[in-house]
Design a protein around this ligand. Structure first.
Ligand code: LMR
Length: 392
């Protein structure tokens, strides 16, 4: 007789973002359109390798002598260059480690905060759905703060700021450094300044998720929030992703950083290292070596900055292209065009989203779209389908 140990196991709902990608991939229609997952797509609908990345990879192949383990904290050049990229500074107050993409950084930081802070963590309403999953899995008490007004497609600035006033000291608040996911609706510098004031006054702990640096208003402007909190002397943590910044999606390149002014850097490092050691021991090398080389080497870096700027401008252009095609369905026209980065809510009803799927056009259930899913070849198809089925 066989012993069956998994006869009564439960199952979990599929991840909302990845499931749409899977449905799109399975669809045999050659004219299918992928407005789902947040990846950069070019005019041919392909997610390319940046030429600066190709060059760095060739260089790396030529000089690499060994594939021995990286230290638990990751590649040192990558870490120090990541700090400079984000904070414009390499201060010893910043504890930084390589991570498995931005999600890996979120999880290691969440595990750390669970051990050291025992405070609730607030995410924006709405936020990237996996924020809830990652923080809950780490055992944190996840709550939400008001952020986005669905009726006006703008941030609920005042409500957000007033809400911060009600939080207990030490509460952790997750902020999207730029290019808010899923809404594409960001605060402007003056609004960030007001938020910063509240964090100082209330003693709140900022936790920045930075996944789209350079893809909103450009590198300098996109790091405004993180840099100004840092310059104001706040302790905070940051999860930084290189997936979109360098198109290194499947290399899982990210960094986690904690700004700490308590002179307890070594203690902090020891706990972070223990968390990593007990999870995956130490990170993989290839993507981080490439990213580190790109940030450090003058020529590679200037090539990458051009690639990044090209991506950013393409996102802006595709947003306009999409806007022109779908104008009748976009309620808040000015606000839509004002959106930052890859995403926006289209604000169309659920039944239309499902009908679109039957026509091989894929967007998320909440109507989030990745504007880079369109190009000059597929935009007439999208327009035709909306005109045919989109009028209720
Ligand atoms: C997205 O929001 O589409 C991206 O961040 C990809 C992901 O892992 O969800």
């Amino acid at each position: 007789m066989k012993n069956l140990f998994f006869e009564h196991i439960g199952s979990q709902p599929a991840d909302l973002v990845l499931e749409i990608g899977r449905m799109w991939a399975k669809d045999p229609n050659p004219l299918k359109i992928n407005l789902g997952i947040g990846i950069y797509l070019d005019e041919q609908g392909k997610c390319p390798v940046m030429d600066s990345v190709k060059l760095a990879e060739q260089k790396l192949l030529g000089i690499q002598q060994s594939k021995t383990y990286l230290p638990i904290e990751g590649d040192l050049q990558f870490i120090s260059e990541s700090k400079k990229l984000l904070f414009n500074d390499e201060s010893s107050f910043i504890v930084a480690m390589q991570s498995l993409g931005g999600t890996g950084a979120l999880r290691i930081l969440a595990d750390y905060l669970k051990i050291e802070m025992q405070k609730p963590i607030y995410v924006s309403d709405p936020t990237w759905p996996n924020h809830h999953g990652v923080f809950k899995a780490a055992g944190l008490d996840v709550r939400t703060y008001p952020y986005y007004d669905r009726n006006t497609h703008t941030p609920k600035k005042q409500e957000f700021i007033d809400f911060l006033d009600t939080l207990e000291k030490g509460s952790i608040v997750v902020l999207h450094g730029c290019c808010h996911n899923p809404t594409g609706v960001d605060l402007d510098p003056q609004e960030w300044d007001l938020v910063l004031e509240k964090f100082q006054k209330r003693g709140l702990f900022p936790f920045f998720d930075v996944a789209y640096l350079g893809l909103g208003e450009g590198l300098e402007k996109d790091r405004y929030a993180v840099e100004s909190f840092y310059k104001a002397g706040l302790e905070m943590c940051v999860a930084l992703s290189f997936s979109k910044m360098m198109d290194l999606y499947n290399e899982r390149v990210g960094a986690l950083m904690i700004v700490n002014h308590s002179h307890s850097i070594e203690a902090m490092q020891s706990t972070l290292k223990q968390i990593v050691r007990r999870n995956y021991s130490n990170p993989s090398a290839h993507g981080a070596l490439v990213a580190g080389m790109i940030m450090k080497d003058h020529d590679l870096r200037s090539g990458w900055l051009k690639n990044l700027e090209h991506h950013r401008l393409r996102a802006k252009n595709m947003r306009h292209l999409l806007f022109d095609a779908l104008k009748p369905w976009i309620q808040h026209k000015k606000e839509f065009l004002h959106g930052n980065g890859f995403f926006s809510y289209l604000g169309i009803p659920q039944d239309l989203i499902l009908k679109l799927r039957k026509e091989s056009i894929y967007l998320l259930d909440d109507s989030r779209i990745n504007v880079l899913g369109v190009n000059h070849a597929n935009i007439p198809i999208l327009k035709e389908v909306f005109e045919r089925i989109g009028h209720g």
